[in-house]
Design a protein around this ligand. Structure first.
Ligand code: PLP
Length: 409
């Protein structure tokens, strides 16, 4: 018979400063609130998650089933199976015209781990890390974990939220070790063109101590044409760590496979950290990822068609909502309107909307649509809606939002 044991509550004083200063992920917190409401029987439309609503393509699932039958159940090499790393090199050549060997590739348990490995490998306590804002929520927390100093560099809405080379030049100091960004960007959907990156690469080339962590996880979800990688600029290639993965392009969020491509010394450092923390990524997920790459881009292209259509649908509906200022995203699956025109207004229940968080809560309470406010992305005037939902859901959501926002006075 099991014995019930009552554990004394853990006092926060026993926890490390590292954990006490870390923010809980806002995207996960909002999703939790919307689940609570849904559990009470409310019909909530969840647009807070950064997750494709598609199933993983069948040929990838079949490869995972085969992996089990073929006996892929043992520990895997820490940086990933050699066949998978070779397939990643082939992809980088095919899609990005980048030459890498297996020694440059480290496969990890999601691109999130790849980012953490890279930051922990490069950043010493006190080093400055320039994070282009708006940014993906985990960047700043990972830098803090490495005891780096976060320097937020905000791209203006007039420039499609993109940081310019001149702004970067002005922000670099002798302590700057790394710059971090995503393109296509979560949360804004903006995409750096080859010319934008050429100008940024010129700045980086002038500062020998500066490295670039280029997060290209949304590479395939691009509505404006060719994807450009900053590692393509050969004079800084050895200082660029390109991060990519399978979660978004192949709808494989739950499988947890990401990777870096980098100079072999940096790749070895990432491997060393990973060897002490998680070891190699799940054997079955790696075999599935290998099949995904061998299948090329066709399944991703089908999903992108849907994301493109949904983006247009949402933009059209958002345009009809007075007070939302919604730039056109060039990629990823989000819209990121500026909502500051609602600050200071009052809801029918008397609540004053002081900021984007209040507005996000009002939209959840009144329209039953969940979204994420921009504070966690370094953009306190904005809120993020995911467009990775069925067309009818998006139509319904934006009809409800329009009706609710019209009640604010
Ligand atoms: C910009 C960005 N980078 C990295 C990740 C993490 O991806 P993964 O699921 O591979 O860990 C996400 C996931 O939302 C993301 O939006």
């Amino acid at each position: 018979m099991s014995q019930e044991v009552t554990l004394a509550p853990v006092s926060t004083s026993v926890l490390s400063d590292r954990i006490l200063t870390m923010q809980e992920s806002q995207t996960i917190a909002m999703a939790k609130k919307s689940r609570e409401l849904a559990a009470q029987g409310v019909d909530v439309i969840n647009l807070s998650f950064g997750e494709p609503d598609f199933q993983t393509p069948q040929y990838i699932k079949d490869a995972a089933k085969a992996a089990l039958d073929e006996g892929y159940t043992f520990y895997t090499p820490v940086p990933g199976y050699p066949e998978l790393r070779q397939a990643i090199c082939d992809k980088l050549k095919r899609d990005n015209n980048l030459d890498y060997k297996n020694e440059n590739i480290v496969v990890s348990t999601g691109a999130k781990q790849s980012l953490a490995n890279a930051v922990l490998s490069l950043v010493n306590p006190g080093d400055e890390v320039i994070v282009f804002a708006p940014y993906w929520v985990s960047y700043t927390e990972i830098v803090k974990l490495a005891e780096g100093v976060v320097v937020e560099l905000v791209g203006s809405i007039e420039n499609d939220f993109k940081v310019t080379a001149a702004e970067l030049e002005a922000a670099i100091t002798p302590r700057t070790k790394l710059i971090m960004y995503s393109s296509p960007c979560n949360p804004t959907g903006s995409v750096f063109s080859r010319d934008d990156l050429a100008a940024i690469a010129d700045v980086v080339a002038r500062h020998e101590q500066v490295h670039v962590l280029a997060d290209e996880i949304y590479e395939y979800i691009n509505f404006v044409g060719d994807h450009a990688s900053i590692a393509q600029f050969s004079d800084i290639k050895d200082r660029v760590i390109t991060v990519n993965g399978f979660s978004k392009g192949y709808a494989m969020t739950g499988w947890r496979v990401g990777y870096i491509a980098a100079h072999k010394d940096i790749a070895s450092a990432c491997e060393k950290i990973q060897s002490q923390i998680t070891s190699g990524t799940c054997s079955i997920a790696q075999r599935a990822a290998l099949a995904a790459l061998k299948g090329g881009r066709a399944s991703a292209d089908e999903m992108v068609e849907a994301y493109h259509r949904r983006r247009d649908l949402v933009l059209e509906m958002a345009k009809e909502i007075p007070g939302l200022r919604t730039p056109t995203p060039s990629g990823a699956f989000y819209v990121f309107p500026d909502v500051s025109s609602f600050f200071g207004k009052t809801a029918p229940d008397g609540q004053v909307i002081e900021n984007a968080y209040d507005l996000a809560l009002f939209i959840l309470r009144d329209a039953h649509v969940s979204c994420v406010d921009g504070r966690a992305f370094g953009a306190p005037n904005c809120i993020r809606f995911s467009t990775a939902a069925a067309d009818e859901k998006l139509r319904d959501a934006f009809t409800r939002i329009k009706k609710s926002l019209a009640t604010l006075v």
